[in-house]
Design a protein. Sequence first.
Length: 133
Amino acid sequence: MLRIRFFRTGRKRQPFYKIVVTDKNNPPASGRFVEDVGYYNPVTKECSIKGERVLDWMKKGAQPSDVVHNLLVKRGIIVDKKILVGGTMKKEEKGEEPTKEDSVSKEELSEEKEEKVEEPTKEEEKEPSKEEE
C-alpha cells in the first residue's frame, strides 16, 4: 500500500520536508520513494504541491498521512475535515458526561467567593490599630 508522506531534509533546527509517495512499510530514506509531489518549509510556511499528481496517486489507492492530509485540506487540494494530530479531545467530544466541576455556573462561583470573604472578628474591632495613634 502506498502512502503520501513527509520526507525530512535540511539541517539541524532548519527542517524542510519533501512530500513523497512511498511504500507504507519502507521509510522514504535516501531517495527510495516512488515520486516527489511537492515540498513544505515549516520555517517560512512556504509550500508547493503538485495537486494533480496527488489526486492521481490517491485515485490509485495511495493514502496521505494525517499531517499531509491536513496540509492538503488547508491548501484546498482535497475537501475534507482536518484530522486531529497529537492532541487531546475535549470531554464532550469523547462522549463522556462533563463532571460537576465543569458545569459550575458563574453565579455559583460568585456566591462562593462572597461566602469566603471573612468579616473582622470582635477582638480585631476592639483593639485600636497602632497606625491610628
